[in-house]
Design a protein around this ligand. Structure first.
Ligand SMILES: [Zn+2]
Length: 85
């Protein structure tokens, strides 16, 4: 899998995670304990692993979205979340 492929997967994954996070927030108790939440957590961990892999292969990688993650997105890449503080 090339770095470009990983980047594309991260971008698509982030879009999915953001929409799922919004959907869960709209559910009673934010969807805690539902199958949908379990899937979200699983996918989020997979996504984070993939991001670590990419940054290991290519330490110079900046924001996975190209310039900056949407601050409202709830799901930020490591570059953007490290700028949060
Ligand atoms: Zn980012």
């Amino acid at each position: 899998m090339s770095n470009e492929t990983i980047l594309n997967r991260l971008r698509k994954g982030q879009v999915w995670l953001i929409s799922e996070a919004r959907a869960l927030r709209a559910m009673p108790d934010m969807g805690v304990g539902t199958a949908r939440e379990a899937m979200f957590v699983k996918m989020f961990l997979t996504w984070a692993d993939l991001e670590h892999t990419l940054r290991f292969l290519e330490p110079e990688t900046g924001c996975v979205m190209g310039s900056q993650c949407d601050p409202q997105a709830l799901i930020l890449c490591e570059t953007c979340s490290s700028h949060e503080t």
